[in-house]
Design a binder for this molecule. Structure first.
Ligand code: TYD
Length: 206
């Protein structure tokens, strides 16, 4: 089973991904946590290029290609082999991030982004995607108190609003796969909802 987490900056998705890993490991499942961008040697280089190099003015199309290059490598060399070994793989951000950040945020042609982002999954679509939804300002305030700010986080408020709306649109289009979760709550309450959905879905599969 392949599960992904999505959301605006500071939405709490990374915390929830970790809580889910602990929950499933305690119940005896073999589970792996990973994230995008940044897996492996290529991923590290790409992550640095896109998010840390503040004086590298990337063209949006170049940015799109870099995120997708990172993904294809990650899927082929890490995620697919883990799934073939029967593990549950949980990924913090995946191709929905590209659809929303590069399609809606950077305003690239949405059909083109959809094509390239979908191709970069090498036909691996998540079984469940949790979309942590909360007001953009709440997320950004959380980030500031945490202090790890990337180039993307520094985009203006309107950019992040566009991202949130893009996610809402995706969730409406694919309600079966994308589970919208109210992220403006206590993390234990959110975790309970998420783990309930996963356990139900595992029971249905077996
Ligand atoms: P990161 O520091 O991993 O933070 P977080 O996932 O907690 O927000 O930053 C990753 C950034 O890259 C984030 O701002 C979203 C962006 N991103 C894209 O623009 N496109 C993509 O395809 C992916 C995977 C991420």
């Amino acid at each position: 089973m392949f599960i992904t987490f999505e959301g605006v900056e500071g939405s709490g998705k990374s915390t929830q991904a970790k809580l889910l890993v602990e929950f499933l490991s305690e119940r005896g499942y073999k589970v792996t946590l990973t994230r995008e961008p940044g897996w492996g040697r290529l991923g590290e280089l790409i992550r640095k290029m896109i998010l840390d190099e503040r004086d590298l003015d990337l063209d949006p199309f170049s940015e799109l290609c870099l995120f997708c290059a990172d993904r294809a490598q990650h899927v082929r060399d890490f995620i697919k082999p883990k799934l073939q070994d029967g593990e549950i793989v949980i990924c913090d951000r995946y191709f929905d991030s590209t659809l929303v950040y590069q399609g809606h945020g950077r305003k690239l042609d949405k059909r083109l982004v959809n094509k390239i982002a979908t191709a970069s999954t090498l036909d691996l679509i998540p079984n469940i995607t949790f979309l942590l939804n909360l007001p953009v300002r709440t997320g950004l305030t959380r980030l500031q108190t945490r202090g790890d700010i990337t180039k993307m986080d520094e985009e203006p408020l309107e950019f992040h609003e566009t991202i949130r709306q893009g996610y809402m649109l995706l969730a409406r289009r694919e309600p079966e796969r994308i589970k919208k979760i109210n992220g403006d709550r206590d993390s234990s309450e959110i975790h309970e909802e998420i783990s309930g959905i996963v356990i139900n879905s595992i029971a249905k599969e077996s």
